[in-house]
Write a protein that binds this ligand. Structure first.
Ligand code: AMP
Length: 394
């Protein structure tokens, strides 16, 4: 069974075509700069790569181009071979605690939640509509970033604010990166030789966006992102947790609207804000290694925030079996892992410094005497999307 896993952004469309249940990737790639004359179409298949720069005005055009390439490049004999499509959808609100087959009712519900994710859900819907037009007879499922966290108790998801903010407007913690947290926690249980129901796991998904998750017996019990993906630890351009009164203070001092200040917290803070250099971890580590003080502060601040969350989740879980690192920084930046782990000695964590230097593959990076296993697990959201598509459509 061939399944398409799709992640549509406002100007991009990431795709992966998988053979299921073997989970072999037949093709993968991304269309970027959709809407522009010089959009970029990238596809990888077998050991080949094709890149084309051309006008791609809409997601519909991108999808048509992708589908014809799959046939033209002989990746598929015909489009009839695609039996299911899985779409990543960022926000499912409280309505979706699992993936669902997309119906008109589901589309309406995703649209209604758009108020909570105005940048993401409309883009996700555009991708869904484009495939619906191109392949009207192929069933599609929506896989929500928030769904995995719907197991949180009110104690974790309620903010201590007027209660009717929740009842009237849905103000609560939703959490994101759920598909990644779930995948990594399942791999972690496998690496520990146990069932997911038998383990307590902390996952640190540290990419451009970053979040921590505490997982007890396979269920998310708390996570660091909140009502929006701005909360939690410092990220590439996002501040993570701050005193909310700063928003009003800066708005008055700089004569900016609340929207403008929040925009700065989303786009000009985190690594970029503190370092005044870059939002990219590689740039910061290059500068930090040359002694750039602001870059050192930026990476150390993030590491402290990650370690503080791990400490809190260690208590919330009443101990844990493994701490996992994933996503761009978690998988690749050994320096950041070291900074974080060196702060965790009090809970009995010991790093194997040699193993930590290696990159890429799934592996144990804790020393033998460590009381908690440290695991490096490359995330794979696409495979989770494809698995859910197969599970629901079968
Ligand atoms: P993601 O959002 O998961 O794609 O992660 C993006 C982040 O991962 C960026 O800050 C990159 O600088 C970082 N990253 C990717 N590859 C490396 C690497 N080899 N070393 C350090 N950081 C990396």
């Amino acid at each position: 069974m061939k399944v398409m896993a799709i992640n549509a952004g406002s100007s991009s469309l990431k795709f992966q075509l998988l053979e299921m249940p073997s989970e072999i990737v037949l093709a993968s790639g991304v269309v970027e700069r959709i809407g522009l004359d010089d959009a970029v179409f990238n596809i990888k298949y077998s050991d080949k790569k094709v890149k084309e720069v051309c006008e791609i005005k809409t997601h519909k055009v991108a999808v048509d181009m992708l589908l014809s390439k799959l046939v033209d490049l002989n990746i598929l004999g015909s489009l009839d071979e695609i039996e299911a499509i899985g779409h990543r959808v960022v926000h499912g609100g409280e309505k979706f605690s699992d993936s669902v087959i997309i119906t008109d009712e589901v589309l309406k519900a995703i649209d209604e939640v758009s108020e909570l994710a105005p940048l993401h859900n409309p883009a996700n819907l555009t991708g869904i509509e484009a495939f619906k037009t191109a392949l009207p007879n192929v069933e599609a499922v929506a896989v929500f970033d928030t769904a995995f966290h719907q197991t949180m108790e009110p104690l974790s998801y309620m903010y201590s604010v007027p209660y009717d903010w929740y009842t009237k407007y849905g103000v609560r913690k939703y959490g994101f990166h759920g598909t990644s947290h779930k995948y990594v926690s399942l791999r972690a249980a496998h690496m520990l030789g146990k069932k997911p129901e038998e383990v307590k796991i902390i996952v640190a998904h540290i990419g451009n966006g970053a979040s921590l998750c505490a997982i007890d017996k396979g269920k998310s019990i708390d996570t660091s992102m909140g009502f929006t993906p701005l909360a939690g630890i410092a990220m590439g351009t996002r501040s993570g947790d701050i005193d909310p009164a700063i928003v009003q203070f800066i708005s008055q001092k700089e004569n900016k609207s609340l929207d403008e200040v929040i925009d700065e917290l989303n786009k000009k803070s985190g690594y970029l804000g503190l370092s005044e250099l870059s939002s990219d971890s590689r740039d910061l580590w290059t500068a930090a290694n040359k002694g750039d003080e602001k870059s050192i502060l930026a990476v150390e601040k993030q590491a402290k925030m990650i370690a503080d969350y791990i400490g809190a989740y260690f208590l919330a879980l009443n101990g844990c079996d493994a701490i996992c690192f994933t996503a761009g920084i978690g998988e690749n930046a050994w320096e950041t892992r070291k900074l974080v782990i060196d702060r965790l000695g009090a809970i009995g964590v010991v790093l194997d410094y040699e193993e930590n230097l290696k990159r890429g593959d799934e592996r144990v990076i804790s020393a033998k005497e460590s009381k908690i296993k440290l695991l490096l697990i490359p995330t794979n959201e696409e495979v989770m999307i494809a698995r859910d598509a197969v599970r629901l459509i079968k």
